[in-house]
Design a binder for this molecule. Structure first.
Ligand code: HEM
Ligand SMILES: [Cu+2]
Length: 543
């Protein structure tokens, strides 16, 4: 069962061992090292966010609000949302996998602006720390959406602290997006035409457009909230002639597209995984590529579907409802094309592929329930219930986190030169899938039955479904801790990976694992179409 790849000795000198010491990491401008810095940072934020989630689920085991006061509970779900959305989900795939892979996949030595790349990491860290400080100093209770006038006028928590933290992290996102766009435009190796780009790059490119165009809007919004709180200037406060609904327009103008910052790169990962593990070119490559761009563009047209009950006119609501259906089309195109890729493929059920299947299934449930919500009448019934919570967790956790983990397993050998243990990885993928569904599926039901979100107590008839949710969350937690353990284990004891353990196409697999500091010894020249598995010999995977 050995392959050529496996016997290839690891390079003597590579990006991980070329320099040692804390300083060589904290001052690095190597995109690969920065990718690993992000990996550590967001894993940390993920566990903080997870700790808040644990407390929420503990409170909701019983109908009475008996563990926390309502004020503390408000702070718990707020901090959970802020940590997970701004400090984990948004940076997850782009900052960790994107940083590592964008230059490798186009045959470049680094990103266009390596120092700005390092700065982006520091901005995320600084933002995270400022936000965490506001937790320690007493917390924030507005929800991650910071709706006015509560956030500006009535809440007496550390809104400004959290706002500043998110603002700072926003610059990280803008700079990363700019860096990716410029790099993909300017630094492609000879022969790497636009239509030879891996789909991971198309989707990150589209997400980068959103980061650059959308993030400044939320930055301005956050500044206005802070100013309003500090100086009562009356932008959102109706008592001073302001308009609280304006806040929602500005917030969702960013935050709807932002959901695609989270999910587009995850779709890119899925395209890579599906192709590699069915050994076929992605069906309708160009459609999938343009679907990413279409999603990025349409994503800017649908923000007010979050505001159907906020007091917009019924005609506006109708238009935003129709537009929301449009954005589902390119997403559906992708799902159909992935499925068509699988058709007659020679499929191997390796861990990353299991995650890709998980992504497709759960994203489809999340996306279809999005269509329910885009339907005005249904939305009025379920808005602000657990149905919404279930919907976006199916997409953000079932989708983005599944793809992120799938990608992490898939590229782990490239990053570290080591294989992870397949048996454990499959087991934890299974635990995550089961735990996830047990946590969030009951929330569709309990939401439909009328349980509102963001309350720390509820009528006893909802208890069974909540206990299921909390039990699922415990299982899910086990599933998330396992990879932490075996990834670290693999660094020392994992089997050597060789340069191309999956027998995959793509430039990143043509250099050694781990890659040398400058990625390639000679600039590669691309002569093949993307995902051309016909041209590759059959391979057997290493264990
Ligand atoms: C593609 C990835 C998607 C993600 C990551 C996502 C995420 C979210 C999030 C986070 C919320 C809750 C916001 C809050 O806290 O109030 C939400 C609500 C909503 N989503 Fe999605 N969504 C996605 C796709 C869709 C699609 C395709 C549609 C419709 C075509 C849709 C329609 C809605 C609507 C209408 C709401 C508002 C529901 C309400 O508050 O009454 N979503 N989504
Ligand atoms: Cu939306």
């Amino acid at each position: 069962m050995s392959t050529v790849a496996q016997t290839a000795a690891p390079p003597r000198e590579h990006y991980l061992n070329i320099e040692y010491g804390i300083k060589s990491w904290l001052l690095t401008t190597d995109h690969k090292r920065i990718g690993l810095l992000y990996l550590m940072a967001i894993t940390f934020f993920f566990f903080i966010g997870g700790a808040f989630a644990t407390v929420i689920r503990l409170e909701l085991i019983t109908p009475a609000g008996d563990l926390l006061t309502s004020d503390t509970y408000n702070k718990m779900f707020t901090m959970h949302g802020i940590m997970m959305v701004f400090f984990f989900l948004i940076p997850s795939v782009p900052a960790v996998l994107g940083n590592f892979l964008v230059p490798l996949m186009i045959g470049a030595k680094d990103l266009a602006f390596p120092k700005i790349n390092l700065l982006s990491w520091y901005l995320l860290m600084a933002g995270g720390m400022i936000t965490l400080y506001s937790v320690i100093a007493g917390g924030v209770d507005t929800g991650w959406t910071f709706y006015t006038p509560f956030s500006t006028t009535f809440s007496n928590t550390h809104v400004i602290g959290a706002a500043v933290g998110i603002l700072v992290a926003g610059f990280s996102s803008i700079f990363t997006g700019l860096n990716f766009i410029v790099t993909i435009h300017r630094m492609r190796a000879p022969g790497m035409t636009w239509f030879r780009l891996p789909l991971f790059l198309w989707s990150n490119y589209a997400a980068s457009i959103i980061m650059v165009l959308g993030t400044p809007v939320v930055a301005i919004t956050i500044v206005l909230v802070a100013l309003e709180r500090a100086f009562h200037i009356g932008i959102f406060n109706p008592a001073l002639g302001g308009d609280p609904v304006l806040f929602q327009h500005m917030f969702w103008f960013y935050s709807h597209p932002a959901v695609y910052i989270m999910v587009l790169p995850a779709m890119g990962v899925t395209s890579e995984l599906i192709s590699t593990f069915s050994r076929k070119t992605v069906f309708g490559y160009k459609f999938v590529a343009f679907a990413s761009v279409a999603i990025a563009v349409f994503g800017f047209l649908v923000w007010a579907h979050h505001m159907f009950v906020a007091g917009i006119s019924v005609y506006a609501a109708m238009i935003f409802s129709i537009l929301s259906y449009l954005v589902a089309i390119p997403s559906a195109v992708k799902v159909f094309n992935w499925t068509a890729t699988l058709y007659k493929g020679s499929i191997s059920y390796r861990t990353p592929m299991l995650y890709a299947f998980g992504f497709i299934g759960l994203f489809t449930i999340g996306g279809l329930t999005g269509l329910f919500l885009a339907c005005l009448g249904v939305d009025v019934h379920v808005t602000d219930t657990y149905f919404i919570v279930a919907h976006f967790h199916y997409i953000m956790v079932g989708g983005t986190v599944m793809a992120y983990l799938g990608g992490l397993h898939y590229w782990w050998p490239k990053m570290t030169g080591r294989m992870y243990p397949e048996g454990w990885a499959k087991l934890s993928a299974l635990i995550i899938f089961l735990g996830f569904n047990l946590t969030f599926f009951p929330q569709f039901v309990v939401g439909y039955l009328g349980m509102p979100r963001r309350y720390h107590a509820y009528p006893p008839e909802f208890q069974v479904l909540n206990v299921m949710s909390s039990a699922g969350a415990s299982i899910l937690a086990v599933g998330y801790v396992l990879p932490m353990i075996y990834f670290v284990w693999s660094l020392r004891y994992g089997e050597r990976a060789g340069s191309n353990p999956w027998g995959a196409t793509g430039l990143e697999w043509q250099t050694t694992s781990p890659p040398p500091t400058h990625n390639f010894h000679e600039t590669p020249v691309v002569e093949q179409e993307p995902y051309d598995y016909e041209a590759l010999p059959e391979v057997e995977f290493v264990a």
